[in-house]
Design a protein around this ligand. Structure first.
Ligand code: C5P
Length: 220
């Protein structure tokens, strides 16, 4: 069972994907964390992230390992835990530029496909291009949406306590990141033709999870 869950940030994608995987006994892969990890490596190693050629030349260097337990997903870069540094605003601001570079996508897509192929009991994979590009034969494809206001409020809630933030600045940053992710040439953020769209604006996490679990049951 391969479930692809795509959509922009703030739609509840990560929480939904982890809960669905846990409820169904499936593995879980956060592909955004992989793009954040490669971006963090570039920033840490002085690679100018707006220089496509420099990013492309370095794309093969970091060793990225994802742990796929939905109760405790992990991400390591060159053998060190990277789960905290990949969530900084610096990485968030740079990740769209890095993930638009075709050499980065080729490398990370290959990694994602091999993880999905090795997940014996099945896997929930969340991202932006899973249903369209990475796993076009997924058994079920979900595309999560929500109003910009709901998304900004959720994202601000996530950041609260970690970094100073306000909802309107978060909304602007989200819109900018969506535009970059949707407008890039290589596998943009896009609903697959055969994906089920779920608008989470008015739904609780529990309701979204229930909806997706029902769709998985129907797809079996
Ligand atoms: O999901 P998250 O917000 O952590 O993703 C961070 C960034 O990684 C996205 O804004 C996007 O630029 C990139 N990404 C991607 N393709 C994916 C997952 C994430 O390009 N499948």
């Amino acid at each position: 069972m391969i479930v692809a869950i795509d959509g922009p940030s703030g739609t509840g994608k990560s929480s939904t994907s982890k809960s669905v995987a846990a409820a169904l006994g499936l593995s879980y892969l956060d592909t955004g964390a992989q793009y954040r990890a490669i971006t963090w490596w570039m920033l840490s190693n002085g690679v100018p992230v707006d220089d496509q050629a420099a990013v492309a030349a370095a794309a093969g260097k970091p060793v990225i390992v994802s742990g796929t337990d939905p109760a405790a997903p992990t991400i390591a870069v060159d053998g060190a835990d990277a789960s905290v540094p990949i969530r900084t605003e610096e990485v968030t601001a740079a990740v769209s530029a890095v993930s638009a570079v075709p050499e980065v996508r080729t490398r990370i897509t290959a990694l994602q496909r091999s993880i999905a192929a090795e997940a014996a009991g099945g896997i929930v994979v969340e991202g932006r291009d899973i249903g369209t590009t990475v796993l076009p034969d997924a058994d079920l494809k979900i595309f999560l949406t929500a109003s910009p206001e709901a998304r900004a409020a959720r994202r601000s809630g996530e950041l609260k306590g970690k970094e100073a933030t306000d909802v309107s600045a978060t909304r602007e940053a989200l819109i900018k990141r969506d535009a970059a992710d949707s407008g890039r040439k290589t596998s943009p953020l896009k609903k697959a033709d055969d994906a089920v769209e779920v608008d989470t604006t008015e739904l609780t996490l529990e309701q979204v999870v229930e909806c997706v679990v029902t769709l998985v049951d129907e797809a079996v």
